[in-house]
Every structure is written in structure tokens, then in C-alpha cells.
Design a protein around this ligand. Structure first.
Ligand SMILES: *[C@@H]1O[C@H](CO)[C@@H](O)[C@H](O)[C@H]1NC(C)=O
Ligand SMILES: *[C@@H]1O[C@H](CO)[C@@H](O)[C@H](O)[C@H]1NC(C)=O
Ligand SMILES: *[C@@H]1O[C@H](CO)[C@@H](O)[C@H](O)[C@H]1NC(C)=O
Ligand SMILES: *[C@@H]1O[C@H](CO)[C@@H](O)[C@H](O)[C@H]1NC(C)=O
Ligand SMILES: *[C@@H]1O[C@H](CO)[C@@H](O)[C@H](O)[C@H]1NC(C)=O
Length: 406
């Protein structure tokens, strides 16, 4: 007992010394990376979570939503923005089985598509299959969906997207379909049934030779607010569904892509033109491993993701990416995916190290040098004692444990 008591006293002392008592955070005002007990301790836009994979046992306030970049400047071409994209957006932890069998497969996300959209996700990767006389979202093998790999009918998810687009008349969403649907007009029918045709960005208006896309404002005014890309080349002619790699260059996905980035390389995936091919004006970066594990995601969604951005910028002929495709997008050891997205947007919008130093009345690349905001970066554990500030709740808990033991 005496030993435990001493240990807790020591812990309390160490934490107290490392924390800055002038900046103790209380309910609702813990800042990024400050220690928290629950999300209610964190300020707006942050939630309380851990990143044990990074060797950090304490829960801290981490970002969970994007900045509203079009609020800063909504007058640029669509290809001058970066959009957070969820890989396998439908493979959601906790999604109950909708067939006669329990599901046996892997998961890439942890909140509903509606929640993803509300947190600022604007790109959705959906794998679509013919299944049970309908189109389903499924994780599967060789283009065949099974009861034990099926998630939900595509219509359910597409309806969530329709609800979001109709409630948010200035937002634009992109869908990337890994397309195994062969039933005649299968995709057209399901998109029409979901009420999404009215937002359809026409293939005829998509730039085909590296030109700029219409501006955000033009897309809103025309209600061209849904971009749909398919992996099946034939549907562009037959159903007006854009063939993904005619418009988008995409790097190698999975663990191979992550390893390449670590070596300073950004190869394209097999179906895509080379990253540097300028006849495509959109770029998509995949950054997720072959086997998605939620507890690991906070680690690779942070410093390694940030480090990949300049590598792929280089490989893409000095162009910043427009889509960042991620597993468990909220998991980070600080700003994670969201900071990476801010960096891309600063590069795309104004060619500056951060959005705050953009000067939209001056030419691209001329920045406000006196801006005080640092370049957004993944946080590192060594980043100062401000990170160790404890919430009042944490102090109370430690003190309580101490009292119980003594
Ligand atoms: C983002 O900002 C634009 C422009 O002010 C606004 O119309 C839009 O509703 C905002 N989006 C969200 C999700 O808050
Ligand atoms: C798959 O699930 C559906 C819906 O529950 C059911 O009708 C069908 O019989 C199942 N198929 C197999 C092969 O178990
Ligand atoms: C692409 O779609 C067409 C029309 O539905 C279908 O006939 C074809 O088999 C599909 N191709 C692939 C590779 O799935
Ligand atoms: C970009 O490419 C140049 C020339 O190939 C190289 O010297 C530089 O190190 C590269 N930078 C990054 C961040 O990969
Ligand atoms: C430059 O940044 C400083 C500090 O953030 C700010 O006060 C000033 O208004 C900015 N100037 C311009 C032209 O944006």
C-alpha cells in the first residue's frame, strides 16, 4: 500500500510539474493535444481520444472535423481545393448484418456516412456490387458479394448523401465507385431512386485535357454538386458516369503505397496515368494499409501522412493533391488528417505554407509573411509542456485515486 501510495504521489507530482498550472483546462476549453477525460472537456472541433500506438497512454483532445475552406475563398476552380475522402466509407464498425449471416470482413471507418459528411468528409469511396437483386455496398472477393461480406443496400447510403446535399445547398460531394455492377443500368437506377440525379455533374462538362474545373460558385449555381467516378470505363459512354482515371491521377494504395512514400516515392496505381500526367486536373492520394486497424490509424494518419504530401507534390509535377483517402479519418495524435488537409489547401488556394498567410488579392505564391500561425504539421510527443496541461477532471481523478489508496 505504502508503495502504491508513493507511486501515485509521484505520478501526481510529475504530471503537475509538467503541466502548466496557469493553463489548466476545464470543461469545454481544453485545446488541441491537452489531456482530457471526455469529449466535453475539449473545445469545439476536438474530441477526447488516445493514441497508444504512438506510445502515449493519456487521452487528449484531437481534431475530428475539417476547416470550411470554401468559406475562406469559394471563388476558385474545384481543382484548387483539397477534400477529405474516406476509404471504404461504408465499412463501418458496428454496422449490423443485413443478411441471414453474420459478417466476416474488415472495417475501415467508425461513424455513419451522415456523420462523416457532417464532419467535413467530401469524398466517399464505395464498392458496389450486384447482390440480392439490388446494388449493395460490399467488401468482397473477385467481384462477387456474399452474405458474410455484404454491408448495406447502396440505396440506404445514397439517400444519406441526398439528405446532406439537400440540407447543405453549398456543399459538393464526390463519390468514387469500385464498380462491380453489371446489371443493365444498375447504377443509374440506384442513383435515380436515391434522388441524386438532380445534383449530377455532367460528364460533358468535365475538363478532359487538364483544364481547370468550374469554380465552386459555378457548380453551386448549376447544382452540379455531385461528382461520380466509376472504375468501369464503359459506363461513361453508356450511363454518363465518369471513368475515374480519365479525370483523376491516383497513387498506389495500401501498404505498398505507404512504404513507397516512406522511401520518398509516389508511384501511381496500375489503373491510373502517372501522377505527373497533366491531362488530368485532379489528384487523389491514398494513405492506408492493407489491413486496417483502428488503434494503429492515429499513428500513420499523423506524421507519416504529412510527410507524404511533399513527396507526392513532387511526383505530380508540383501539384498538391485534391483528395486525401484515409481509414478511420478522425484518429490522430493531434491534427492528423485535418492538418494534412489544411496544408494541401494552403498550397492549392494560395501557394503559402498555411491558409492564414493567403493574400487573395495578390498573385498566387505571395504570402503574408507576418502571419503568426505555424505551418500545420503532425504534432510530435516532444512538442513542449503545453501538451501536458491537465484538465481539471484529470486532476480530480488522480486525486481521488490517491485518496482512495491512502
Ligand atoms: C461553409 O462556408 C460556406 C460559405 O460561407 C457556407 O455556405 C457553408 O454552409 C459552410 N459549410 C458548412 C458545412 O458549414
Ligand atoms: C443471404 O441473405 C438473404 C437475406 O437475409 C437471404 O434471403 C438469402 O437466402 C441468404 N443467402 C444465403 C446463400 O444464405
Ligand atoms: C462494365 O460494365 C458493363 C456494363 O454494365 C459490363 O458489361 C462489364 O462487364 C463491366 N466491366 C467490368 C470490368 O466489370
Ligand atoms: C523533389 O524532387 C527534386 C528533384 O527530383 C528533389 O531534389 C527533391 O529532394 C524532391 N523533394 C521531395 C520532398 O521529394
Ligand atoms: C498579415 O497577418 C497579420 C498577423 O496575422 C494580420 O494582422 C494582417 O492583417 C495580415 N495582413 C494581410 C494583408 O492579410
Amino acid at each position: 500500500m505504502r508503495c502504491l501510495k508513493a507511486l501515485f504521489l509521484a505520478t501526481l507530482l510529475v504530471l503537475g510539474l509538467m503541466g502548466d498550472t496557469h493553463a489548466l483546462c476545464s470543461h469545454g476549453n481544453c485545446k488541441l493535444r491537452q489531456v482530457c477525460l471526455r469529449t466535453a472537456d475539449c473545445s469545439a472541433g476536438l474530441f477526447c481520444s488516445t493514441c497508444v500506438a504512438d506510445g502515449d497512454m493519456l487521452s487528449r483532445c484531437h481534431r475530428y472535423r475539417t476547416a470550411n475552406t470554401t468559406e475562406i475563398n469559394g471563388n476558385l476552380p474545384f481543382n484548387r481545393y483539397a477534400w477529405l475522402t474516406t476509404h471504404n466509407s461504408f465499412a463501418i464498425v458496428g454496422e449490423p448484418s443485413h443478411t441471414s449471416e453474420p459478417r466476416v470482413t474488415f472495417y475501415n471507418q467508425e461513424d455513419s456516412v451522415t456523420a462523416q459528411l457532417n464532419n467535413g468528409v467530401r469524398g466517399l469511396m464505395l464498392d458496389m456490387y450486384d447482390f440480392l437483386d439490388d446494388v449493395w455496398l460490399c467488401h468482397s472477393l473477385k467481384g462477387v458479394c456474399y452474405n458474410f461480406t455484404a454491408f448495406v443496400p447502396a440505396l440506404d447510403t445514397l439517400k444519406q448523401i441526398e439528405t446532406f446535399l439537400s440540407a447543405n445547398p453549398t456543399e459538393i460531394v464526390s463519390i468514387f465507385i469500385e464498380d462491380y455492377v453489371k446489371s443493365p443500368m444498375g447504377l443509374t437506377k440506384v442513383f435515380a431512386a436515391a434522388g441524386l440525379k438532380k445534383y449530377w455533374f455532367p460528364v460533358s462538362v468535365m475538363p478532359k485535357n487538364g483544364q481547370d474545373w468550374p469554380t465552386i460558385r459555378e457548380m453551386i449555381n448549376n447544382d452540379y454538386r455531385l461528382l461520380v467516378f466509376s472504375s468501369n470505363r464503359t459506363k461513361e459512354a453508356t450511363e454518363g458516369i465518369a471513368y475515374n482515371w480519365r479525370y483523376v491521377n491516383e497513387n498506389q494504395y495500401g501498404s505498398a503505397g505507404m512504404k513507397a512514400a516512406g522511401r520518398g516515392e509516389c508511384p501511381s496505381r496500375a489503373e491510373s496515368a502517372a501522377m505527373s500526367t497533366k491531362s488530368r486536373s485532379l489528384l487523389l492520394l491514398n494513405f492506408f494499409p492493407d489491413n486496417p486497424l483502428q488503434p494503429e490509424a492515429c499513428k500513420y494518419n499523423s506524421a507519416p501522412l504529412q510527410a507524404m504530401l511533399p513527396v507526392c507534390y513532387n511526383a505530380s509535377g508540383n501539384r498538391w493533391a485534391n483528395y486525401l483517402a484515409i481509414d478511420f479519418y478522425k484518429r490522430s495524435d493531434g491534427g492528423g488528417t485535418f492538418n494534412a488537409l489544411d496544408s494541401l489547401n494552403a498550397g492549392l488556394l494560395c501557394g503559402c505554407p498555411n491558409i492564414d498567410s493567403c493574400k487573395f488579392n495578390l498573385p498566387y505564391g505571395i504570402c503574408n509573411a507576418s502571419s503568426s500561425t505555424p505551418v500545420p504539421q503532425a504534432y510530435r510527443k516532444s512538442e513542449g509542456k503545453a501538451n501536458m496541461n491537465l484538465s481539471f477532471g484529470t486532476y480530480a481523478l488522480i486525486s481521488l485515486i490517491f485518496l482512495l489508496i491512502s
